[in-house]
Write a protein that binds this ligand. Structure first.
Ligand SMILES: CCCCCCCCCCCCC[C@H](O)CC(=O)SCCNC(=O)CCNC(=O)[C@H](O)C(C)(C)COP(=O)(O)OP(=O)(O)OC[C@H]1O[C@@H](n2cnc3c(N)ncnc32)[C@H](O)[C@@H]1OP(=O)(O)O
Length: 270
């Protein structure tokens, strides 16, 4: 799909901003409320592939929508209207590829929601590790109002985030919930008064994580992602393997030694 002139045509749909150990992935289609076109999805997948090449220097990623009105207002409905069922399946697979790239990234990815997070937008946020939001934000899976169902992981991750009962209510009604309700439901980890506080809070969290053994943080994320939704026995065996892997790191030896010697650890990332 090509952007209409005078809309977002003159800008890349996604950009990466680097500042120290923090990388920020900005979805930049504000005139379409950052709707997910195929170009946006491919650019998101490329962005995380690019960040993976620098993973030894990036301790956390912020994902945010440009414009202050929306994180992402869903899949691009104009694009969806042109699809055959097979193209729809391909679009859904493209969305799942982006979600997998986010879940595979070896550091925390924080969705900073400022405005609407709807449909594929909420699903993108759910693929991230943590969701932070401004008070004015809202969340929903309105696909059924378009004759669709969630196609970017919403039927998988929303029940995990808020429980099956509320997930079914949101998916069946297409209703939007505000940030306070989303926080109370466990969908949003922290709320902030405005965009500036939101981004500052996400940065502070990443810097706090960066002070830890990021080998352990990466291991914990891998276990949490791989174990999600699996039977308890499977999840437990994944944790056992991850715990054993931690003993193979220099960081574990350094962390333990630093505690015993009553000094600050100096983690190497090995
Ligand atoms: C091969 C082709 C592939 C095509 C798709 C590729 C991506 C696929 C991704 C994987 C699968 C995703 C599966 C997902 O589960 C499906 C969905 O997400 S379906 C869409 C769900 N979202 C919605 O239904 C929300 C739609 N928007 C609204 O309800 C309202 O815009 C709003 C958010 C409540 C805000 O309302 P207002 O404040 O009144 O603002 P406007 O409505 O005037 O919007 C401003 C402007 O933005 C345009 N716009 C908003 N949302 C979208 C959108 N989702 N797609 C396209 N454009 C959108 C709106 O049209 C306005 O533009 P203008 O008319 O001014 O040009």
């Amino acid at each position: 799909m090509t952007e209409q002139p005078g809309t977002d045509a003159d800008r890349a749909p996604v950009r990466i901003e680097r500042d120290g150990v923090v990388a920020t992935v900005v979805i930049d289609r504000p005139k379409a409320l950052n709707a997910l076109s195929p170009e946006v999805l491919r650019a998101l997948a490329d962005a995380f592939d690019e960040l993976l090449e620098e993973a030894d220097a990036v301790r956390g990623v912020i994902v945010v929508g440009e414009g202050g009105r929306a994180f992402v207002a869903g899949a691009d409905i104009r694009s969806l209207s042109t699809l055959t069922p097979e193209e729809g399946a391909e679009a859904s697979r493209l969305g799942h590829r982006v979600a997998s790239a986010i879940e595979a990234f070896p550091a925390p990815v924080i969705a900073c929601v400022d405005g609407f997070a709807l449909g594929g937008g909420l699903e993108l946020a759910l693929a991230c590790d943590v969701i932070y939001a401004t008070d004015a934000s809202s969340f929903g899976q309105p696909e059924v109002r378009l004759g669709l169902i969630p196609g970017f992981g919403g039927t998988v991750r929303l029940p995990r985030a808020v429980g099956l009962s509320l997930a079914k209510e949101l998916i069946f009604t297409g209703r939007r919930i505000d940030a306070a309700t989303a926080e109370a439901a466990g969908l949003v980890a922290r709320r902030f008064a405005d965009r500036e506080a939101l981004l500052a809070g996400a940065r502070a969290t990443i810097e706090e994580v960066a002070a830890n053994a990021w080998t352990a943080v990466a291991l914990a994320k891998r276990v949490l992602v791989d174990a999600a939704g699996t039977p308890t026995e499977t999840a437990a065996s994944l944790e056992v393997a991850g715990f054993a892997d931690a003993f193979r790191t220099a960081d574990m030896r350094e962390g333990v030694a630093a505690f015993i010697e009553k000094r600050e650890p100096e983690f190497s990332g090995r």
